[in-house]
Design a protein. Sequence first.
Length: 226
Amino acid sequence: MFDQIAPTYDRANRMMSLGLDNRWRRVLLDVLGEVGQGRVVDLGAGTMDLTGMLVRRGAARVEAVDFAGAMLQAGRAKLPPGAPVGLTVADARALPFASSSFDAVVSAFAFRKMTELDQVIHECRRVLRPGGRLAVLDAFRPVTLGARVLHASWSRLVVPVIGGAVSGSWSAYRYLPASMRAFLSRGELEELLESSGFAASGRELWPPVVSVIVGTRQDGWSREVG
């Protein structure tokens, strides 16, 4: 599905977010802090908007990871010549990187599309060095009345109509709103991160259809088996 919509993905995103999606990504990088200038995994990188921003902010190395190779290829033109970026087609549940080899993992609008999030988070923690950070930007399931109303209007009307019209793939843009409704709340993901060896905190952005969460890998934690 994502390979199919890769050619129109950026245009649809800009229209659906009223041009705010890259502003939200900049907030993600602001809260990530100085670790964003080290070695970074962009998980669910898609067409690499966030990857390009990391490079422009001075990241030493970015590994752009996505399970849809066509999405990565569609974003190659956003990277300057010689950019310190690797493109990897991989499953987020089994990252092909050594343990403790990255300073940060970032993910923008991809976590809600992943299955077995506990395993994804375990992999993120595994590849992070102690004290490294995982930063997630996404449309979490809203909990307040105002956010639920706005979220419902956006996900049921704006996303499928604009996304379907721009891409020609109506089924893809019916799936995306469904993934938002089925996703965790921000608080639930913070709790999952805390139980997986991170110190986590987050905040809602404006308009309140998206939030950002940052988790810092903690020492002295081991995953329970069984």
